[in-house]
Write a protein that binds this ligand. Structure first.
Ligand SMILES: [Fe+2]
Length: 367
């Protein structure tokens, strides 16, 4: 396909630069009335005036808001002056400058636009330089406008998806840490409990061959397992002495409350389920439902055991940390009653052989 003839009017655009040098003049090509189709701002850098004009017209006709410049210096100034959704740059800009330098400048600004490199001389060195600069794609001249526009739209879409994913991951991390911390502020005796249980359950799940998907759900369930305590009155949750039967009954509602708090985790039903079941026992004498044996799935049984291990291994205001030998004895004694017998003996064996390092996990690798 041939590039269309130039149709939009060209204006001078005075860029504002953060450097002390005088701001260069930047040409701006905009097709009035077409911008609303995308509203996407594209910077085009090419040292060949005819190519620059044709590319500007093509993208402007497709609804992009176009800024055209012909040198590396002007490209960098434009990036610093204005936010762009996409950068198209020639690979070779004059005698000594490279499009990869434009790409490097694009990576330094925020938000960082994706860069597509154009070249009439595809070489191995040029491709390597482009790859090193993390360009999103490369288009070879003579340019097929259909392919160019498809590439531009795909690259912009991928960059947007990637940005949204980073945002969601960031929000998830914040939310996943806020809820357990809220509980730990309410009950400081359990400080760090949820985060440690995440490490213990993940280590055990890995040893037991739990799938990656279930391991991810189990990590989240471990982090959230006591979130229902948010609904327990402080006077009961932090009571220094023994609880009455009525108070115990109130405490025992926290798995149900956790299940309710996590109601919106509609895509993570297992997370809610294992939070709900984390006080069940192998012999059916746990709560809230008295489920027995494999009625609680393996990841849920792992959480039951890991949660108790942390409670025993850590010092609390009402008790010292238990020595490993005492924990091993308890796990062996309660294998088949409180705990899944295979799991209990696996952990007891591991603790006997390796001590607390049996549960060691790599910090920062869990989320
Ligand atoms: Fe609990």
């Amino acid at each position: 396909m041939r590039l269309p003839e130039a149709s939009p009017s060209w204006q001078d655009f005075q860029a504002t630069s953060s450097s002390s040098r005088p701001a260069p003049r930047i040409e701006n090509a905009v097709a009035p009335g077409r911008i609303a189709r995308t509203g996407l701002r594209v910077l085009i850098v090419d040292d060949e005036p005819d190519v620059l004009r044709s590319l500007g017209n093509t993208l402007a006709h497709d609804g992009f808001e176009v800024t055209c410049v012909s040198t590396l210096q002007h490209g960098i100034a434009a990036l610093r002056a204005k936010a762009f959704d996409l950068v198209l740059t020639d690979l070779y800009l004059g005698e000594s400058d490279l499009g990869s330098q434009v790409a490097e400048a694009a990576r330094e600004v925020r938000p960082s636009p994706p860069v597509v490199v154009l070249t009439g001389r595809p070489t191995f060195d040029g491709a390597q330089a482009a790859l090193r600069s993390h360009v999103a794609d490369m288009v070879v001249k003579p340019i097929d406008t259909t392919q160019l526009l498809a590439t531009c739209r795909r690259v912009v879409q991928e960059a947007e998806l990637s940005r949204r994913n980073r945002e969601l991951e960031s929000i998830n991390r914040v939310l996943a840490s806020v809820l357990p911390r809220t509980i730990e502020i309410k009950d400081p005796t359990t400080s760090g409990h949820a985060a440690r249980v995440v490490g213990y359950t993940d280590k055990l799940a890995q040893r037991c061959g739990v799938s990656d998907e279930d391991r991810a759900s189990l990590r989240l369930a471990s982090l959230m397992h006591d979130v229902g305590k948010i609904g327990i009155p402080d006077s009961i949750l932090t009571k220094p002495g023994p609880l009455t039967a009525d108070e115990r009954e109130v405490i025992n509602r926290h798995p149900q409350m956790g299940y309710d708090v996590l109601e919106d985790l509609t895509d993570h039903e297992n997370v809610r389920l294992w939070v709900y079941q984390h006080h069940e026992r192998w012999d059916g004498r746990g709560y809230p439902n008295g489920l027995a044996g494999e009625e609680v799935a393996l990841p849920g049984r792992i959480l039951v055991l890991a949660e108790v291990y942390d409670a025993l291994a850590e010092q609390r205001s009402y008790k010292p940390a238990w020595p490993i030998a005492k924990i091993v004895a308890l796990f062996r004694e309660q294998a088949g009653s409180h705990f899944d017998p295979d799991l209990a003996h696996l952990v007891a064996d591991g603790l006997e052989q390796q001590g607390s390092s049996f549960f060691a996990s790599e910090p920062g690798m869990l989320f």
